[in-house]
Ligand binder design. Sequence first.
Ligand SMILES: [Zn+2]
Length: 397
Amino acid sequence: MQQVITAGQVLIGPARQRIRDGGVLVEDDTIVAVGDRREIEQQAGPAARHRHFPTTSTLLPGLINAHVHLCFDATPHFLENLIQADDLDLLPGMAGRAQQALGSGVTTVRDLGDRSGLAIRLRDAIARGDLPGPRILASAPPLTIRDGHCHFLGGAVSGEAEIQERVRQNAALGADVIKVMASGGQITPDSPPMWASQFTGAELAIIVEEAANHGLPVAAHAHGTESIAAATAAGVSTIEHCSWKGPDGPDRRDDVAKQMADKGIHACTALSRNWRALMERLGPAGTEEMYGRLVWLDELGVPLIIGTDAGLPGSVFDDLPGTMELFDHLGFPLDQVLDMVTTASADALGIGDRVGRIRPGYDADLIVVEGDPLARLDDLRNLRLVLARGREFQPPG
Ligand SMILES: [Zn+2]
């Protein structure tokens, strides 16, 4: 089936490139042409379905949330709810949350930690067309240490042999990416503090090497500066959180950040939309530590992408613009912020050859909004159309 979609402007990605009065021709699940509205209409066959949106509308690539946990339900009880449910009980909730994301214009999510590879099963069901949903890239249970950060997801390992075996198991489950908890975190009682490393540099290198044997990139959760440095040296693809914490407080290291920039390692800071309230609580110094690092990383050339850690308490699945507004608040140009959730994210996740741009041959993941998100991010909430691999999604109810 052919579809023609036209709008006042088409952001083809990178976000600075736009076509006024443009259109896209879609054939089944693929973009076949993009350009001037009249030319696109002329290329369409007689049976094509035409959708014309007003001159005040914007057509752009579907958004990417680069860090979510579909198996967490975003309530204060997310952990007990997970632990008490068996695998089959979790799947319907995960599907619902994936659809919440899609209904908000997010056509791709990267799930960085589930139990038993459930997000992979959901990914495959969506890809088969059994149910609507976004494209899912999934890591399966993250590697961690015994009693370490998120051990309850089932990925605890100790020593080289177990590390390699867990990577092989996740690859066999069908993982798109290997996730490792390189440092401690916040949500696991009696686990190492956030700044403390959970794996040695040598162990991280083994993870990267074994993942590469299966053609997989590595995403490293790293709050501590030592773990960021070790993950960078090991050559991971993305560093999650990237909080620069030392045992005695903030510990930003220019040399490590520059190595990240040189290696093209993306930082995905995985922050929720609740930054305004947090800034009030933290005060100016705490705010600078927590959020000033984003500006510092950008100044040193570290490529940034946006995830929200959706699934943790209060971190919802349907408000990616809420986190994008943080970057606006920090002074990032809006075209760069849009890039972080489309083109740059797709490149960072290894899918930049078919996702994150509006270009012939790319997957038809498109959204139309009323307004101009290059002028106001809030306009991303005025959704008029969500197309996921060519299929229109209308949120239930
Ligand atoms: Zn996370």
